[in-house]
Ligand binder design. Structure first.
Ligand code: NAD
Ligand code: MG
Length: 389
């Protein structure tokens, strides 16, 4: 009999969280869900998940939420609170799925790696902001990072063709992007982009933050940084190509000109299952392609003039180690502000640009350093927003 592998699912009630639960439901005895956590406002769903899966540990965002969870689940579950609680849960399971959105996922990434766990990473923001630290922690015995982000999961699979550590035989990584809901819009047309347009993604159904990031192409800028941080490949060797069908999830070009790609229908349950099972492939074909019907695949270069976010990500790297933390924090503030109708869609990337102009360098060796840079960037982003309204 095989022993079930323990899983902590942190950010269990979101888009990635729910799809991870789907994979677990279909995986029978292979995995056991040990721990779940969510942010504020998702308690009823969290309790329902804990009941369904017989979860032993539950993380809530605030002390005030403990009582309600205790009332529903009784004394048989352990309840932990806040950032410290997330870190505790992340340190205790064999596999840790970081499905929290935004910088709030940092304690999960850090604690899972420091404890030598498998980190199944959806939360790109934490890895980008803490890249030098996260890479160091990933060298902890037992620690490994498996990317859930579909492009990076594709690259992880395509890099299996590389025969040399450090990938000297790789010319470049090629990230695909759907182009989002505004593909083909001119700069003038984009001035009138609305929240309703921005939240309607053509190929993926995701949480609101990443859906907005996809509409500005900031998601792709963040993903260039994520790819560089995950695989140790300079940003200049990470290219982006627009591929509206979202079937080729990304590619690796080798020195001899060979390009290896990974294909499937857009379904996040495939990369989630890959990260849970690796190196074993789980036996349910999420997103399998049907070649009895026809598919057309097209590729085009991004329009950098209309969508400057990818260029901004390169600029952030040139600023220094903490540049990516500033970019990601400023973007998070701008997107929140857009979702609260405080700024227009067309203001999001300019707010990030202004924030980067006020970048202040400093060391990035510890969690405290990362948090300090994040805080400084948020203050500057709010100032930039104040200057616009
Ligand atoms: P979402 O908004 O749907 O869900 C976010 C989850 O995080 C929720 O469970 C929420 O309760 C939880 N959360 C928020 N703040 C928290 C806190 N302080 N403490 C604990 N939990 C907290 O977001 P999503 O779309 O599932 O995205 C999650 C992450 O995965 C993001 O980093 C995103 O970029 C990445 N990602 C998502 C997709 C996708 O298809 N949705 C694809 C690739 C990458
Ligand atoms: Mg992605």
């Amino acid at each position: 009999m095989t022993v079930a592998r323990g899983v902590a699912l942190l950010g269990a009630t979101g888009s990635i969280g729910r799809q991870t639960l789907d994979v677990l439901r279909r995986s029978g005895e292979a995995f056991s869900l040990d721990s779940v956590a969510a942010g504020r406002g998702h308690l009823a769903e969290l309790v329902a998940i804990a009941r369904e899966f017989g979860v032993r540990r539950v993380g809530v965002a605030h002390e005030d939420d403990v009582e309600q969870v205790r009332r529903h689940l009784g004394d048989r579950v352990e309840i932990v609170v806040g950032e410290g609680g997330l870190a505790e849960l992340a340190a205790r399971s064999e596999i840790v799925v970081n499905a929290v959105v935004g910088f709030a996922g940092l304690p999960v990434t850090v604690a899972a790696l420091a404890a030598g766990r498998r980190l199944a990473l959806a939360n790109k923001e934490s890895f980008i902001a803490a890249a030098p630290l996260a890479r160091r922690l990933a060298a902890t015995p037992g620690a490994e990072v498996l990317p859930i982000d579909s492009e990076h999961c594709a690259i992880h699979q395509c890099l299996a063709s590389s025969t040399t550590p450090g990938y000297p035989d790789v010319r470049r990584l090629i990230l695909t992007a759907s182009g989002g809901p505004f593909r083909g819009w001119s700069r003038e047309e984009l001035e009138g982009a609305t929240k309703e347009n921005a939240l309607r993604h053509p190929t993926w159904s995701m949480g609101p933050k990443i859906t907005v990031d996809s509409s500005t192409l900031m998601n792709k800028g963040l993903e260039v940084l994520e790819a560089s941080a995950l695989f140790g490949i300079e940003v200049d060797r990470v290219d982006v190509v627009i591929h509206p069908q979202s079937i080729v999830h990304s590619m690796v070009e080798y020195l001899d000109g060979s390009v290896i790609a990974q294909l499937s229908m857009p379904d996040m349950r495939l990369p989630i299952a890959y990260c849970l099972g690796y190196p074993v492939r789980l036996d349910h074909a999420w997103g399998a392609l049907d070649f009895t019907s026809s598919h057309t695949l097209s590729f085009e270069p991004p329009d950098h003039a209309a969508f400057p976010a990818i260029g901004l990500a390169h600029r952030a790297v040139a600023l220094g180690d903490a540049g990516p933390a500033w970019l990601s924090a400023a973007n998070e503030v701008a997107v929140e502000s857009f979702l609260h109708d405080e700024i227009r869609w067309a203001d999001i990337v300019p707010v990030v640009t202004t924030t980067l102009e006020r970048f202040e360098d400093g060391p990035l060796n510890s969690v405290e350093d990362v948090v300090a840079h994040d805080g400084a960037a948020r203050r500057e982003a709010r100032r930039a927003i104040g200057g616009r309204s």
